[in-house]
Structures are given as C-alpha cells and as structure tokens.
Design a protein around this ligand. Structure first.
Ligand SMILES: O=C1O[C@H](COP(=O)(O)O)[C@@H](O)[C@H](O)[C@H]1O
Length: 259
C-alpha cells in the first residue's frame, strides 16, 4: 500500500472541479490502455459534488461511458429511490445524465429489493456480484477498482466503517452494518480489504468539521480507531482537500496546493 499524497484546493467548489477533471483523465487513460475502467462512488457532500462537477464539464464527453463499471463503497439500507440513499444522490448528480450501460451500474441492494429488509443477505448478494466481476489477475474476491472514492466523516469514518465497530475487523468483502452512529443505522459497506484492492484510493474532504479526521487519517493511527487511516490504495492514495479540511495538518506533511 502506498503512503498518501495530499492536494489542497482553495474551497469545496474548486476541489470538486479539480477532482472531476482528475477523474475524467484517469478514466480516459485506463480506457485507452485496457478498454474499460471501474470506479467506486461514495456518498456524502464532497463525493456528490465531484459527480455534479463532472456532469457540468464538457470534458465528460471524453469518457466512454458504456465501458465503465460503477460500484459503491457503501449504502444506506433504505428503499429504492429514497433521497438518503447514496445511489439516489449519484444518479441525480451524474448517472442519469450520461450514457452508461445499465448492466455495468452496480448499486448496493435497497431494503425493498430481492433480499427484503435483510441487510446481511443484501451484503452477501453484493459480495457475489463483486466476485463475479473479479478476474483471475485480481487475485481476490473483488475487482481491482481503478479509482475508489471515499468521503470522510467528522468521526473519521469512511464508507460505512465507523470507529471501533465490528465491520473494521471483518475479512469478508462486504458486510451489513447495524447500529451506525450516523443515521440511518442500517447500512451496507465494503470492508477494509476491499478498499485495499483498489489501484487508487481518493479521500475527498471539505470543510473545517473534517480537519481533525484528515489529520488523524494521515497519522500513524490504526484503522479501528480511525477508519480513514486505513484508506489506502495499492498503487496510489490521494487526499484531495480544501483548505479548511487541511487546516490542522502538521507542518511535516508535504502537500501540493492550488491557488
Ligand atoms: O454517511 C455517509 O457519510 C460519509 C461522509 O459524508 P459527508 O456528507 O460528511 O461528506 C460518506 O462518505 C458515506 O459514503 C456516507 O454513507
């Protein structure tokens, strides 16, 4: 796993635009090399702002949308179409506006889906979908995602991996989370081993409320206490921040800033 690089942008708006431009470039590069690409979406303010910025840029037409697999890092276990679902936010911000292949969009099951109100079965279903998409060269139960984006909570959670909760010890690729401290309490999440399968992990954080979590995420803290400290990709890890989220970083951390 790679040590993170830190990039700091002026504010959330510029962060979203810069991350959207970076995402277009990354997808286009991967598609040029291999024909298709895979990304993992996050919910939350910064992650959804990146998708909206991508929808608003003309550069989106450079992406071969039909050859893109879209997965989610976590989901709030709610009925399909619920405005609190990460899927709903992503569809409204971007997915409904680009010509994706519906078969390559992989939302986590809703609570009114094939498993009914059973998050453990829904997590197992998603794990099976990931396993079916993994190729021998991935050497594991999930694909080697090209980019996996993560928001971060003020409590340092990523995906639906909350500090000190059992999901952080789980070796299965996908788990049900019950009793989450942030509503809704029932969720589905990729686990740390699945996050680590990504070639690139991008942590997105904006606002002063995230500053402490960002500082701890770049420290030597353990992922059980500080889940964002476990957000690391196989080839590259980026912390993409605005100035407020970067405001508590110690001087020793090297960063690249934009005006
Ligand atoms: O509940 C969640 O929260 C985090 C962070 O959200 P934010 O609004 O504080 O940025 C998000 O990354 C995660 O996907 C989501 O389910």
């Amino acid at each position: 796993m790679t040590p993170p690089a830190v990039l700091v942008h002026r504010d959330q708006d510029l962060l979203a635009k810069a991350a959207a431009a970076r995402l277009v470039t990354r997808i286009v590069d991967v598609q040029a090399a291999r024909g298709s690409a895979s990304i993992v979406l996050t919910g939350g303010g910064a992650g959804t702002a990146v998708l909206a910025a991508l929808a608003a840029t003309g550069a989106r037409d450079a992406v071969d949308w039909r050859n893109l697999d879209i997965w989610w890092g976590d989901e709030r276990f709610l009925p399909s179409g619920d405005p609190e679902r990460n899927e709903t936010g992503a569809r409204e911000a971007l997915l409904d506006h680009v010509p994706l292949d519906p078969a390559r969009v992989h939302p986590m099951p809703p609570s009114d889906g094939p498993d009914g109100d059973d998050p453990e079965s829904a997590a197992g279903r998603y794990a099976a979908e990931l396993r079916a998409a993994a190729r021998p060269e991935d050497h594991g139960p999930v694909p080697s995602f090209d980019v996996l984006m993560l928001g971060v909570g003020p409590d340092a959670h990523v995906a639906s991996l909350f500090p000190e909760m059992p999901a952080l010890y789980d070796e299965r690729p996908v788990v049900a989370v019950r009793g989450a401290p942030k509503p809704p309490p029932t969720r589905i999440s990729l686990t740390l081993p699945s996050l680590h399968a990504a070639r690139e992990v991008w942590v997105l954080a904006a606002g002063a409320s995230k500053a402490k979590a960002v500082r701890l995420g770049l420290s030597e803290a353990g992922p059980v206490q500080v889940p964002v400290a476990g957000a690391r990709g196989r080839q590259r890890t980026l912390f993409l921040l605005d100035r407020a989220a970067a405001s508590e970083l110690p001087p020793g951390i090297e960063r690249i800033a934009s005006p």
